[in-house]
Design a protein around this ligand. Structure first.
Ligand code: 0L1
Ligand code: MG
Length: 255
């Protein structure tokens, strides 16, 4: 069984490295979500063997708009590595990805360890800074089609991320306007309240869900809280910008 899971992890890792889509697990070989997370851990281990370092986690499918876009209705999480982080204002090379999409998010940076069942107040106290962010998702599956366990195995589609300037940890993030613009025109508009009702709930969920897999959120870790809107497919030549009210902007160009 372990060797079969490891083969799936290797196949997904090859899809990442070669920027070519692969197939979902066939219907009669589908696994449960816990097994999906085991495959995810094996895949991230392959990245670590190449020298990548885990720098945080992302929460996925935290808004109704996102769940409807892909037809999966459970919150998921994935691991972020240093190699996935891109410089704010920089360039994303389209050819490095299969069918990338961008989505506007809020990022937390932790100032202290956060793990297990924590309250909203404990989560708030663990935040060192908040920032506007863009996550690049790039399902490794053909046609962006997957089940819950497929997407979990695929590190919740995470491919890259950009983080803007940091704001104070006590910034009110309950209901901030979030706009994703392409070539300076708004394409997706939402509110941070669409992220589980309040982005802080994502942090609580991150502490709880990661602990279940034995993963602890440490000081300095980044937590991407999830998108407020549907994700936008990217093409070469696009200028992409996310603006989060009171937090500021983050942008990049697609080459
Ligand atoms: O970050 C996200 O919400 C994406 C989670 C996985 C589903 C997708 O690929 O859209
Ligand atoms: Mg996301």
């Amino acid at each position: 069984m372990t060797s079969e899971l490891s083969a799936v992890a290797k196949r997904l890792d090859h899809a990442i490295q070669s920027a070519t889509a692969t197939h979902q697990l066939p219907a009669d070989q589908q696994v449960d979500a816990a097994t999906g997370y085991a495959i995810q851990a094996m895949g991230v281990e392959l990245r670590q063997q190449r020298g990548e370092r885990i720098v945080g986690v992302k929460l996925g499918l935290t808004s109704r708009a996102k769940m409807e876009q892909v037809g999966v209705d459970e919150v998921t999480w994935g691991r972020l590595t240093d190699a996935m982080r891109r410089e704010e204002g920089g360039t994303l090379v389209r050819a490095d990805f299969i069918h990338p999409r961008a989505e506007p998010e809020i990022a937390f940076v932790l100032g202290r360890r956060l793990t297990g069942d924590v309250s909203l107040a404990e989560a708030a106290l663990a935040i060192e800074a908040v920032a506007p962010a863009i996550e690049i998702i790039d399902s490794r599956y053909e046609n962006f089609k997957f089940s819950l366990s497929d997407v979990v195995a695929d590190n919740s589609s995470s491919a890259a991320f950009f983080i803007g300037g940091y704001a104070r940890p006590d910034t009110d993030i309950a209901n901030l306007g979030m706009v994703l613009s392409i070539n300076r025109r708004p394409r997706e508009v939402g509110s941070s309240a669409a992220i589980l009702g309040h982005p802080l709930r994502s942090l609580v969920a991150a502490a709880r869900m990661t602990a279940r897999a034995g993963h602890v959120l440490e000081p300095g870790d980044i937590v991407l809280a999830g998108a407020a809107t549907a994700a936008v497919p990217l093409a070469s030549g696009m200028q992409v910008e996310a603006e989060v009210q009171n937090l500021g902007r983050v942008r990049f160009d697609v080459r």
